[in-house]
Write a protein that binds this ligand. Structure first.
Ligand code: GCB
Length: 597
């Protein structure tokens, strides 16, 4: 619970449930109803929805005063959900703060089970009101959440969501980022219907490649102690069918064995239909489904092994953004990015710097792209603040819960370029341990900074990581390549290293050309050539991810050349033109692939 959601008197006396990972419901195969579409909308810079209690929708408020006319939500302008408000109207482009979304929905049939509201993501904080009740608050701008609304439902309902993308020191990310923090309900919203006793989650992973051992974990939610319930786990194509009684506390773990398993990999993105059915005295009561690839990922002797074979991660970094949709990217946008990455001979993408939509990992499973997923513990964070740590832990947990069954996801990253202080060390160590505990089947990493005084890959966090991510911009922010040579030759990392970022601006103009011109595409190309030459000679580098596939918006970069964009892309922001450095990466990856055989 939060007693006082932020400072300020008008918010006193609220005891609002905090919505966290613990309430997430597994969505696959469920009965749902979409609440996407046109919602009523207004920016609410002074937080009137809370201050004047608009959400009560009553003509006389608690203090006995009549409230103004203008909270008649249905008369407000409309906005599309999912979407970002920044692109809805020019005057909303730079707006940061609370904004009120509202819609009605009716429930024709009487519902016998339980009903949840499910959000793909709301930036950054979401306050949810249903039929006059303040139901909960969710923090974290890019992970899914659900909350139960069964007791508050009527035949006609009013739903209000205040989406608030105010930057705050204690948030994850904090106040300063090199990307655009869009606002709004920018992923799907739906109602999710489950029976009174239901399957809350299902986690499936291949735990032993040689024996074909697959671990299935599930959690059943019930108000009563479970006595007559069983679970049936099915993978029809592998002839797997196992029925097991559910233990009294609702937990379920089972190892099943598959024969002739076709392992998932970028070359063979094979997926299986998986079904889990809950039965009571033999009668089906609930069912969830998923489509799952099975593979192993581990490290040994400085190598990254996919299904037991060493693999070099031929990557690129990607932000979640297109010029037209902002952060509310479409499936077509994602497929287009994958096509572009494949054209560059990539088998891997680093999803920077926060959880992207679940469509990315779903489509990556289908298309055979390996993924690095990250939470926005970016640059300086309020590392000594326990609430901040809880927020980071929750975002990480929601992400792991959402994508546990996605074969494409091989790495959880707990942060990016954080200064190596004691507070940061304890904060990130805890996150790395949390990720490992929640998911022992994947690798843990972070994009670390180099020790620029001793010129070594040396970060205290490394002992808690499986793979060391390392960002460097030699040739660009620091023109001295000798330092990179010293770092790469002088360091003796005991774990595989991924160059998780490198790059340079690539500005295009008719009269600003040539490799000696600062920021030109030709200089960018030159920097890339020097970089990949060094990577090729360094044994322990097991992957590279240039910064970045596409140019993208960032309020940090203004002025005549960048014009509000980070222009380090290998492709322009409109996604139309590849810069010369694209070709350098494409060639480098072709060589790497040929050497791998
Ligand atoms: C970095 C950050 C990335 C920035 C990039 C840059 O090190 O991790 O978020 O956008 O450098 O362009 O400076």
């Amino acid at each position: 619970f939060v007693d006082n959601i932020h400072n300020g008197d008008y918010k006193r006396n609220y005891r609002i449930p905090v919505i966290q990972e613990e309430t997430l419901i597994f969505p696959g195969g469920r009965r749902t109803r979409s609440l996407n579409g046109e919602w009523n909308f207004s920016v609410d810079q002074y937080d009137n929805c809370l201050r004047a209690k608009w959400f009560l929708e009553q003509e006389i408020n608690d203090e006995g005063r009549s409230v103004p006319l203008d909270y008649a939500f249905d008369d407000w302008e409309k906005i599309k959900v999912p979407g970002v408000w920044n692109l809805a109207k020019p005057e909303y482009f730079y707006y940061e703060g609370p904004a009120v979304y509202s819609r009605r929905f009716s429930l024709e049939e009487e519902n016998k089970g339980r009903v949840f509201l499910q959000f793909g993501a709301v930036s950054y904080e979401a306050r949810i009101f249903l039929n006059g009740t303040f139901l909960g608050i969710h923090k974290g701008g890019s992970t899914p959440f659900s909350l139960e609304i069964t007791a508050h439902l009527k035949a006609e309902n009013r739903l209000i969501v205040v989406a608030d993308n105010t930057r705050r020191k204690e948030q994850i990310p904090s106040e300063n980022t090199d990307w655009f923090l869009y606002g709004g309900i920018y992923r799907d919203v739906s109602l999710l219907f489950v029976p009174n006793v239901y399957i809350k989650n299902m986690k499936v992973s291949l735990v032993n490649r040689e024996t074909g051992a697959i671990e299935v974990k599930a959690l059943i939610e019930s108000e009563k102690k479970l006595t007559d319930h069983t679970l049936t786990f099915l993978i029809p194509e592998l002839n797997i069918e196992e029925t097991v009684p559910v233990s009294g506390d609702g937990t379920f773990t089972k190892i099943v064995h598959a024969q002739n398993l076709s392992l998932w990999s970028p070359e063979n993105p094979k997926r299986y239909d998986v079904i889990l059915t809950l039965k009571e005295k033999g009668e089906a009561k609930d069912e969830v489904t998923d489509v799952i690839g099975l593979r192993t990922i581990e490290t040994r002797d400085g190598k990254i092994l996919l299904n037991g074979r060493s693999i070099f991660l031929r990557g690129a970094c990607l932000h979640e953004e297109t010029e037209n949709h902002g952060k509310a990217v479409t499936k077509e946008d994602i497929r287009e990015a994958f096509q572009r990455a494949k054209k560059m001979n990539c088998n891997f993408l680093r999803l920077a710097h926060y959880p992207h939509t679940q469509w990315v990992s779903e489509i990556a499973d289908e298309e055979g792209i390996l993924l690095w997923e990250e939470i926005p513990v970016y640059w300086w964070i309020d590392f000594s603040n326990p609430q901040t740590l809880n927020d980071a832990r929750n975002q990480l947990s929601e992400l792991i819960s959402r994508d546990f069954n996605r074969a494409s996801v091989i790495i959880w990253s707990v942060g990016n370029e954080n200064p190596d202080t004691d507070d940061r060390y304890h904060f990130m160590k805890y996150l790395a341990e949390t990720a490992k505990e929640k998911d022992p089947s994947r690798l843990i990493s972070a994009a670390c900074l180099v020790d620029s005084v001793n010129l070594r890959i040396a970060d205290r966090l490394e002992s808690h990581l499986d793979v060391i991510g390392f960002n460097e911009y030699y040739g660009w922010y620091d023109p001295d390549y000798e330092k990179l040579t010293e770092i790469l030759n002088g360091s003796k990392p005991e774990k595989p290293v991924i160059i998780s970022e490198f790059g340079a601006d690539g500005y295009h103009s008719e009269n600003k050309t040539g490799k000696n011109v600062r920021g030109s595409e030709e200089e960018q190309e030159e920097i890339y050539k020097k970089q990949v030459e060094m990577f090729g000679k360094t044994e322990y580098i097991q992957g590279t991810a240039p910064w970045i596939l596409y140019d993208y918006r960032t309020p940090k970069r203004l002025g005549a050349y960048q014009k509000g964009y980070n222009i380090k892309g290998l492709v322009t922001a409109d996604r139309k033109r590849e810069k010369p450095a694209f070709e350098v990466m494409k060639k480098f990856y072709e060589e790497v692939r040929e050497n791998e055989g």
